[in-house]
Design a protein around this ligand. Structure first.
Ligand SMILES: [Zn+2]
Length: 877
């Protein structure tokens, strides 16, 4: 049935299910897989291998005479059971073995399959140098999750089957082979070497792995267990810099989860052209080599540290405790993502963790508002890989945080430890987490799961406040705006939560003009007086008798519940909250609310916070909010942000200044770009921003001059992951009517250009296309058609991104071809989403563009007038 597709126009959220989505169940089990033994001979020059896969199975019942295994595009040579040849059928996807001897319950059999694989498209990847990239390393690596192990060995390929495993592989002598578990033997044989790995702990097929390359090996250990980093030779220092905290993280997680790291070693292998950030194969995580940081990147890149702790967390959540079905993947992805928050808290403090959590929440909120809304647990999809979205990662993390909030610190960890201990080396579903919580704490959190896990969405709160001086009553009105109106028919959209509301009082010292004061020392931060109220109706007003008027109000003290919030407080209360609320997230919400009010007073308050707030996350957000206020006085506040000690704040200030498209903002950023910044990301933002201001600003800057500047960046600033030069490409993409800019971008889409830079150039073709003449548009389409023939995952994604930004029906045709051809479920889904978006946009787009430019002109005139007015008012006061 495809009933989902007829009523989408009236819904605010698009459906998650695409045509063809259907329920997915684990198959019936013929028995328990006990052991999988892969014996493989690699022929790297020919991108092929032959091997034997032996599966030990304990049948669950008598009389099974046919076994069906997953095996895609393998060349099956023979099938034996207990060394007796068997008849089999193979259709390229399923291997069906006709058993000569029907099974006897509990009598073990060994199914041995001899097979050959040539130029595989999935599951196992051969990386090698070519004429365009002669320095590319020679590597072989695998990627099983979710259902790709069947592309490299025949198996019962679903996570409900756990078994021990063993991989023996023959490789050229100069290469190292790494796999799950322990290295139990090596043997040299002429020019070749055999590595024999064995894992005694049970795990599912999707976590079996093999990585082969000429790696440098850097060793460390945790409680006698080897912790090893494998990287391309020459990057040993980067490896230490990027993964060096692993032993401490292992200690931290072992302690928090109440279960010592369960496997005999932990290896992290950084591989070339990896198609994910990282993959938590049991005891052998693979990581993209792009995560390796040089000294400068380590200044403000926390992604690598987060990636390392995320994959390590999976060694418990995912590998030790295995999900029984993909529909419950949020249990592991949510916890791995929440462990990023936990590690941030441990390593950088509570404020940094709170900000990290806000960024995670926003990432989910963006998907919810722009892509689709879905329950976190669903088994209706086309391909399991579609489930790996911002719902199960970031929203999942927020759900774990709400569980922690509900249970409080001690009971939360007791529940988590009970869950891990009770389910170690087993499979779980969502209900098992609820059970563990109940076992450990007596609490039934089904109400929370019902609202946040089993159905889509979150509350959107509007909070208003008024003070009644005569009766000394604070009135707080909370509206759940996600429910369309106050009537009962929408009650299913309502959330029912107990939310703490705090009232903040500030000591006298702080009321002195803050401009001359240093930030408050932490012992002076006010502790709000807190009341917890049940919020469950469309609109509720709460009255709080207080001894004196509070300076500020904190809705959801601690900001522990996943929500959006719009604060409708008077300016003085918002200013006090921005300055004094101890919770950085509350200060950010106050900054957002203030920016909506606008005015010179607000500009002053935000400019002050940008200078003085103790947390860089708040300062960065304040910079962003300042740019929302259309007054010329904003510039002075923002330009100060360029001197901030935190690279994140400097970057946010550059991006904010880019929205003020004036000669002054151009000048400030251009100077920064020429002078350089310690951070790659700040320089990249500056390069992008000079383009953005020059191409669309009021002040007409000489296009030629700006293009020269960006060209000089492209010529001179090659470096780590090409972050800076990719910024320059993004800057060029702003020149939507410039053929010269297009020609430059085109140059960088050529094969041979370093991959991250080339991908940036491919993506930029979309943005720059919208103002180009017909001939240039044809050139772009032609180029993207060529590029879309390339099979590498990231190239395909870049091409789809570019096509999705174009405004021509021809882009739809190319996207359709990609969707039909790609072997990757993510690329297919992404292409189809872009197609439907394009179909909607084309037509309305051209008229909109014209309106938008007229509107921009009006806004600019209005801003000048208002700025003059505000100055006049300020003077007359
Ligand atoms: Zn993960």
């Amino acid at each position: 049935m495809s009933q989902y597709y007829f009523d989408t126009e009236n819904k605010s959220h698009k459906p998650f299910e695409l045509p063809g989505a259907r329920p997915h169940y684990n198959p019936d089990r013929p028995g328990q897989v006990e052991h999988i033994f892969l014996d493989i001979n690699l022929d790297i020059p020919n991108q092929s291998y032959h091997g034997k896969c032996s599966i030990t199975l304990t049948p669950i019942r008598d009389g099974i005479n046919r076994l069906t295994l997953d095996a895609v595009n393998l060349n099956i040579k023979s099938v034996q059971v207990d060394e007796v040849s068997q008849n089999f059928d193979y259709d390229g996807e399923k291997l069906s073995v006709q058993l000569e001897q029907p099974t006897e319950a509990n009598k073990r059999i060994v199914i041995a399959i001899a097979y050959l694989v040539e130029k595989p498209q999935r599951g196992i990847y051969f990386i090698k140098p070519d004429k365009h990239y002669p320095n590319k390393p020679t590597q072989v690596w695998t990627q099983g999750e979710d259902e790709d192990s069947r592309f490299w060995f025949p198996c019962f390929d679903y996570p409900g089957q756990l078994s021990t495993s063993e991989i023996r592989v023959r490789v050229p002598k100069h290469l190292i082979a790494i796999s799950n578990g322990e290295l139990i033997a090596t043997q040299e044989d002429g020019d070749e070497k055999i590595y024999h790995w064995s894992q005694q702990q049970v795990h599912p097929t999707y976590l079996m792995t093999l990585a082969v390359g000429d790696f440098a090996e850097i060793g460390s250990e945790w409680k006698g267990k080897p912790i090893t980093y494998y990287v391309e030779k020459g990057r040993e220092e980067d490896a230490q810099r990027s993964m060096g905290k692993t032993p401490r993280m292992t200690e931290f997680l072992s302690e928090k989860y109440g279960y010592p790291y369960a496997f005999p070693k932990y290896a992290q292998v950084c591989v070339d052209d990896f198609i994910f950030g990282g993959m938590e194969n049991t005891s052998t995580t693979l990581l993209t080599d792009r995560c390796l940081l040089d000294e400068r990147a380590a200044l403000d890149n926390y992604n690598t540290e987060s990636l390392v702790v995320h994959e390590l967390a999976h060694q418990w959540f995912g590998d030790l405790v295995v999900i029984k079905h993909w529909s419950h993947a949020w249990i592991k992805e949510g916890m791995a993502s929440y462990s990023e928050v936990l590690w941030t808290e441990h390593e950088y403090g509570a404020a940094a963790a709170a900000y990290y959590r806000l960024l995670e929440a926003r990432s989910y909120l963006a998907e919810d508002s722009s892509r689709y809304r879905r329950p976190m647990v669903t088994h209706v999809y086309r391909e399991a890989i579609e489930l790996y979205d911002r719902h199960i990662y970031e929203k999942g993390s927020c759900v774990y945080h709400m569980i922690r909030t509900e249970l409080k610190e001690d009971l939360f960890w007791k529940a988590i430890q009970t869950f891990v201990q009770d389910n170690a080396h087993k499979t779980v579903e969502t209900v098992d987490l609820l059970r563990a919580i109940e076992t450990a704490t007596g609490r039934n959190l089904l109400f929370l799961f019902d609202q946040y896990v089993y159905r889509g969405g979150h509350p959107d709160f509007k909070v208003a406040y008024a003070w009644d001086a005569d009766s000394k009553l604070a009135k707080v009105t909370v509206t759940q705006t996600q429910a369309t109106s106050g009537n009962n028919s929408s009650s299913s959209n309502l959330f029912d939560l107990k939310i703490p509301i705090g009232f903040g009082y500030v000591q006298h010292q702080s009321q002195v003009d803050h401009q001359d004061n240093p930030p408050l020392p932490s012992h002076l931060t006010p502790h709000p007086k807190t009341f917890t109220v049940r919020v469950h109706e469309y609109e509720q007003s709460f009255y709080f008798p207080l001894e004196e008027k509070p300076q500020f109000i904190s809705f959801d003290v601690g900001n522990n519940y996943l929500k959006t919030v719009s604060l409708e407080y008077p300016v003085p209360e918002l200013k006090a909250q921005l300055e004094f609320d101890p919770d950085p997230i509350s200060r950010i919400y106050a900054a957002e609310a203030l920016a909506k009010k606008g005015g010179l007073e607000v500009v002053k308050a935000l400019s002050c916070a940008l200078k003085k707030d103790p947390d860089w996350g708040v300062r960065a957000e304040v910079a962003k909010q300042l740019a929302e206020i259309k007054l010329d006085q904003v510039f002075d506040g923002l330009v100060a942000g360029l001197q901030d000690s935190s690279a994140h704040t400097r970057r946010a200030s550059v991006e904010a200044l880019a929205k003020i498209k004036t000669q002054e903002s151009y000048q400030a950023i251009q100077e920064l770009l020429q002078k350089g910044d310690p951070s790659y990301y700040v320089e990249a933002a500056a390069a992008r921003s000079v383009g953005a201001i020059a191409a669309t600003g009021e002040e007409k800057l000489k296009e030629e001059q700006v293009l020269d500047l960006l060209k000089s960046v492209l010529d001179q600033r090659a470096g780590w992951n090409e972050v800076v030069r990719s910024g320059a490409i993004a800057g060029l993409a702003e020149f939507k009517t410039s053929e010269a800019a297009l020609n430059l971008v085109m140059e960088y889409t050529a094969l041979g250009v370093p991959q991250p830079l080339r991908l940036a150039a491919i993506r930029a073709l979309g943005k720059i296309s919208v103002g180009q003449n017909a001939a240039n548009l044809e050139r772009i389409l032609e180029r993207l058609t060529e590029i879309s023939q390339e099979t590498f995952f990231l190239t395909q994604v870049a091409a789809v991104t570019a096509l999705g930004q174009m405004e021509t029906p021809k882009a739809i045709t190319i996207l359709g071809a990609i969707a039909n051809r790609t072997p990757d479920g993510r690329v297919r889904r992404y292409s189809e989403e872009e197609i439907s978006r394009l179909q909607k946009n084309i037509g309305t787009e051209s008229t909109l563009l014209q309106l938008r430019s007229e509107l921009d002109q009006l806004k600019q005139q209005n801003q000048e007038l208002r700025s003059r007015l505000e100055s006049l008012e300020a003077r007359s006061n």
